[in-house]
Write a protein that binds this ligand. Structure first.
Ligand code: HEM
Length: 180
């Protein structure tokens, strides 16, 4: 997993809970780097799972809820660092249906060793989008949070339903309906 996911995760923990909690989390999570990540580095995904697990114990929030909150923070990072990609879009459904074919393709140019999820489009109309997320990381809640923020970014509303195709969350169907 790319380092930017780790640096921004720890930044969010610092913003919400303070540096002391970041330190405690790093110690508990037994990380290869002692928490000294760089954005362009690449680290084991198991370290992210360990961080999420320990933060979940500390906050009593589920890992899914933590990933949703993390996605909200990460969208701000996307606006800060990758606005040129977001600016190509004028419509949330256009943007979300372009993750696989354009957005994450651009990401691979920036980070050739990124390990990105797949989004297979099943159906797309002006108001509906059905996609299947697949990734061994099962970070579907992170995806859901980014989708919510995408609609907010365009001042639009949507109903987003999730249905696990595989129980472990490595394959999840998203049914997105734009309202109004
Ligand atoms: C400018 C826009 C975007 C950029 C620059 C971007 C970049 C990235 C990067 C760098 C990673 C980490 C890859 C790794 O660890 O190797 C990632 C992961 C991910 N991205 Fe994007 N992304 C963008 C938009 C989106 C959007 C709109 C979604 C909405 C669903 C999305 C869904 C995900 C998910 C779910 C992951 C987690 C990895 C996984 O599940 O396997 N991304 N993205």
């Amino acid at each position: 997993m790319k380092g930017i996911l780790f640096t921004e995760f720890l930044q969010l923990v610092e913003d919400k809970y303070g540096l002391a909690v970041v330190d405690e989390l790093i110690q508990k999570s037994e990380l290869s780097t002692d928490g000294a990540y760089t954005a362009v580095g690449r680290y084991e995904f198991s370290e992210m799972l360990s961080l999420l697990h320990n933060l979940s114990q500390y906050t009593k929030l589920s890992i899914d809820d933590l990933l949703l909150a993390y996605a909200e923070h990460f969208f701000i990072v996307l606006k800060r660092d990758y606005l040129h990609i977001l600016e190509k879009y004028t419509d949330p459904l256009e943007m979300l249906s372009s993750i696989e074919g354009h957005i994450h393709v651009e990401v691979l140019k920036i980070y050739p060793d990124a390990d990105l999820p797949k989004f297979q489009i099943i159906e797309k109309t002006d108001t509906n989008l059905i996609m299947i997320y697949s990734s061994s990381k099962a970070m579907y809640s992170f995806g859901l949070g980014l989708m919510h923020k995408t609609f907010e970014y365009f001042n639009a509303n949507a109903t987003i339903e999730m249905e696990k195709i595989k129980d472990d969350g490595t394959e999840v169907k998203f049914v997105i309906t734009k309202n109004g």
